[in-house]
Design a binder for this molecule. Sequence first.
Ligand code: PA5
Length: 432
Amino acid sequence: MVKIDLTGCDSFVKKEQYNDYLKQALAAQKVLQEESGAGNDFLGWQHLPSSIGRKELDDCLSVVDRWIEREIDLVVVIGIGGSYLGAKAAIEALSHSFACQLGSHGPKIVFAGENLSEDYTAELLDLIHVRNPACVVISKSGTTTEPAVAFRLVKNYLEQTYGKKEACERIVAITDKARGALKSLSNQEGYKTFVIEDNIGGRFSVLTPVGLVPIALAGFDIEAMVRGAQDAEKTLMACDEANPAVRYAAMRNLLYDGGKKVELFASFHPKLQYLGEWLKQLFGESEGKDGKGIFPASVIFTTDLHSMGQYIQEGERMLFETVITVDHAQREVTIPADEQNLDGLNYLAGKHVEHCNRMAQLGTKMAHIDGGVPNIDIHIDKLDEYNLGCLFYFFEKVCGVSAYQLGVNPFNQPGVEAYKKNMFKLLEKPGY
Ligand code: PA5
């Protein structure tokens, strides 16, 4: 389960003030539980984990079996925003850091439709030409331009190379049940289709087939991930002040009102880089509206201590830091002794690399607090499917509670339309 440590904020907030914010956060949690707040037609994610049973899991796993038979070695996952970040974050967190170079077995997962770069697209086409590819296209609305363009190209390639019937076996569509071009296209072509319920928004959809199908295709245990989310769902339902999601939401809002406008998500685990991207989307798109909202940013330490470290330590004091810690490494590497000790590192001989990482983390925490950056610690036991499932659900819950406490509807994203309108006009889309 996810643990939270708020002691790194002690020197920045007054206890009585925190208690007031805790009461407000608890009230926000009640609104969420009672489903009486703004955007309450988008709360399907709240009880999603407990609604996932054997049938739903087997349906996701059926795609894996279907493509094993065909010896598929490349799956192009097409989607943008909430329709790709969760899967990307999970696959990166769970994969060997050098899976690509090691040539590990199972299909390689690549992502497309999350940008409009011509070079990226051309290079994706280079890749699928030399592999035995299949494609998962994900778009809840079914009308988003970036994935639609990528899908048209991949579909075209598959149909020209394998014929329409076989292409159909190599395409899986994940979309909503009625609206949008992708649903009607899938019905017409006969693709295997997963439906995302209307009451689950994109950035809250990682535990639906949107995340589960790509994660299963990458070879990871989606059953364990769902189990983790189910346990988190049970624990985080509690309407009491010990609920870690409520405590975290209270502290975020208190810091924000005290001038800490930026939340820096940090981790000392490079495999969590894309979790940072998922968090940025979850909080940024949910909270950043009506002229309000904490600006979410992310860094990986110790890497970014050598780039952003200076700013964090001494730049404008509008930051607080939320550090995601994995308590137990999966592997062990000990630093060897060296007879000559020319690098002067013998003081570390016999120590684990993770011990150095921990000391770097502790030293960073002390330095940043001294420098005026409040610190929130989020802990999981280890980096596996179960704990990631807990973490995904935990942050979704925090986001819902925090946004209600802030006074915004976390489940819409009206601001995303502005660039689209201009782009459509410039592209001369009919009707714009
Ligand atoms: O969180 C959201 O709702 C968005 O980020 C969407 O996921 C993103 O815009 C993609 O939308 P769609 O799945 O409809 O293509």
